[in-house]
Ligand binder design. Sequence first.
Ligand SMILES: *Cc1c(COP(=O)(O)O)cnc(C)c1O
Length: 399
Amino acid sequence: MTGDLFTRRDAVIMATYGRPPIVLTGGSGTRVWDADGREYLDLLAGIAVSALGHAHPNVVRAVGAQLGQLGHVSNLYVNEPQVLLAERLVELLGLDARIFFCNSGAEANETALKIARRTGRPEIVAAEGSFHGRTLGALSITGQPAKRAPFEPLLPGVRFVPYGDAAAMRRTVGEQTSAVFLEPTLGEAGVVPPPPGYLAEVRRICDETGALLVLDEVQSGIGRTGAWFAHQTVGVRPDVVTLAKGLGGGLPIGACLGIGPAGQLLRPGDHGTTFGGGPVVCAAALAVLDTIVELGLLDSVRTVGARLGDGILAAAAPGVAGVRGAGLWRAIELTGNHAAAFEKAARGAGFLVNAVTPDAIRLAPPLILSADDVDTFLRALPAIAATAGAATETPKVSA
Ligand SMILES: *Cc1c(COP(=O)(O)O)cnc(C)c1O
């Protein structure tokens, strides 16, 4: 049955993704299971998305109730869940802000790009290795040449600087710069944090030149690092924040938060979306935020995340060089390019992880991950690492 689905998939789905040979059919909490009835501990959460895990009753209830009451009205009408969600996000941000809701991370960054254009300045600065999404605008500020090259020409006026290099930023940002786009930690490049003080220095450079600081918190936001927003952990005030992934607890929602004057640069008629900020996804997001508070998940992310990070180091597993990241957002650093083999070995042992780069494994589990879940993974880690290492060992060739 599973094999059949793969053949049918190849006939009707565009071949943009390579996918492992399993079909996930159900989930509950931190666990998912496949069509053959095998269970997995989900250490990826649909790429940092399913903040409350799978089928959380609060999300199921909120979505069902809202859909039963009023599912969609478009942005031609005001809807209360959207306003409530915006009020909550502004409160969590702790800054005066106005929000545009959309459906994805890429769209949130598209909104930020249009805000940048409205400054009247022609240039944008972004980081090498960054990821901001796959739409043409978001791709234009994504610092990964292989993803960009087939789709050029992209937006003009984008300049890239090495991530974490404040001196390069200072040399590049000037009076022509509308905005600096940065992830607080590189996500798709493998959970790579910048050197201490980097974001604060970029903030100063933006203040001196009048450029907007746009922080892409699509992956880092909504509790992932143990704070509501990653920038709060380093005390840096952005001008624009973009969100998506974890916000909707699995439902598609994105948000662009314009802080202070940046929240008023887009004028009537400048931007729009049919689905964005619909009552159902906003009700889901409100349930996510309420439940994070109710369950004390920010504290839990910090303690359980530390247990995970420390435990990976202490395991001293073969082929594992270290760990980076914060909270429940980690990369296991490998000694070589055996991440694909590691991901496969982990799956074989009942764990979903992500070979984010050839030499790093990303963990971005549900924020409800328990200490027991962590220990289950840590017990299995040495054997997974050994299998992955053995799978990639170069066979000896006798002369
Ligand atoms: C995933 C991601 C995006 C793109 O989000 P989509 O919802 O896939 O469009 C943008 N920025 C960052 C930092 C991301 O991790």
